[in-house]
Design a protein around this ligand. Structure first.
Ligand code: HEM
Length: 346
């Protein structure tokens, strides 16, 4: 018996609750315990991901994300933790794959109409990163109108989260605040090509440099460049946000751009790992239930394929690569830009 006054391991972790929360619907001879434990493990990691994403959103919600004060590194550190968690989440699928489809069939019918589709935390992660209901594949599946959909409370929770600023929206605002193109910083810049009327000096040159980098077959990309960086922007990213992202990606080797570049690539990593999870889960589903419909009542593997195709969050960041140029063709930056710029100092 423990009669010391100090904290006790199992009390601190509340193991009595956690370890008594596995209640298979079938007899204990099936693999249902594994099925329950793996889902519970996912949900615990989802909780941690939400915690990290909230902390990052809080940092970016501030008007000034100061590199020097370490906020940017803190945000990055948290996002890199999310990356590591996702790597584990992907890996974990292979534990479940040790269950054969016939073993699954032993208890599968007892689970209907519930399904991982109803994981509120999974939907909250998607929503906090920036996936909106209207952009979801088969958005009607989410409404509480069919068995396997969300209950009214969970549906409301998802729609409430959607009303908060998403990480994506905050990143767009952060990118828009970057002061790279303040005219005062470009006074000493000498244009390489004729300066276009009403155009910022750098962007006036960029169009020409990019045009020169295109092969004959790629000429139609010029129109896309014009649309994305000179007129409308792309998706949720305004023209100015896209300009900032391209600029950071091009001048990534300059010390002042190291953290911002790392931030952008980490967001792309998270998107990529999320899709890898979707892909691996879809393959496992195919292997496990073939072309049967899901317990949650969707078309099963067909639905998962649609979600995989459509649920990218930071797709605009990947798009920027289309508009990069050869490193050797990058214009030299004026000293004022190189030396005086500190992030989001406006
Ligand atoms: C035997 C293993 C599994 C099978 C056969 C399976 C099958 C499915 C199917 C068919 C769907 C589509 C919805 C439906 O109609 O049911 C789905 C969705 C989903 N499942 Fe699983 N699943 C398995 C394990 C897991 C595990 C371990 C997790 C971890 C949390 C999970 C999380 C999800 C999530 C989050 C969705 C929604 C995905 C999206 O909308 O992109 N599933 N699953």
């Amino acid at each position: 018996m423990n009669d010391t006054k100090g904290l006790y391991y199992s009390d601190y972790l509340e193991l009595d609750k956690i370890l008594n929360s596995q209640h298979p619907k079938s007899s204990m001879k099936t693999d249902e315990l594994l099925f329950i434990i793996i889902h519970q493990t996912y949900e615990l990691w989802f909780k941690q991901v939400i915690h990290e994403v909230d902390a990052v959103r809080e940092i970016f919600a501030s008007k000034k994300v100061n590199d020097n004060a370490g906020e940017m590194s803190l945000a990055l550190h948290k996002l890199k933790r999310v990356v590591k968690i996702f790597e584990v989440l992907i890996q974990q699928i292979s534990i479940l794959e040790t269950m054969t489809s016939m073993d699954f069939l032993e208890f599968r019918n007892l689970l209907q109409p519930s399904s991982g589709f109803q994981s509120l935390q999974f939907r909250i992660i998607e929503a906090k990163l920036g996936l909106k209901m209207e952009h979801r594949y088969k958005a009607e599946y989410y409404k509480n109108i069919r068995p396997g959909g969300f209950n009214a409370g969970d549906y409301e929770s998802i729609t409430n989260v959607e009303k908060e600023a998403t990480l994506k929206e905050l990143i767009v605002k952060w990118a828009e605040r970057t002061p790279f193109f303040d005219e005062s910083l470009w006074a000493e810049y000498q244009n390489l090509y004729t300066l276009e009327k009403d155009e910022q000096k750098f962007w006036s040159d960029y169009k020409q440099i990019y045009a020169n980098s295109l092969s004959k077959a790629e000429q139609n990309q010029l129109e896309a460049l014009d649309k994305v960086f000179y007129k409308e922007g792309s998706g949720d990213f305004s023209k100015n946000a896209m300009r900032a992202v391209l600029f950071i990606m091009m001048y990534r080797n300059l010390p002042i751009f190291h953290l911002p570049f790392d931030l952008l690539t980490t967001l792309i990593d998270i998107d990529e790992l999320f899709s890898q999870w979707r892909y691996k889960h879809m393959l496992m589903t195919r292997r496990m239930i073939g072309m049967r419909v899901g317990t949650g009542g969707t078309s099963g593997a067909g639905y998962l394929e649609g979600a995989l195709r459509q649920h990218y969050i930071f797709k605009e960041l990947n798009e920027v690569t289309t508009f990069l140029i050869e490193r050797s063709k990058l214009p030299d930056l004026p000293n004022a830009v190189k030396e005086k710029m500190s992030f989001n100092s406006k």
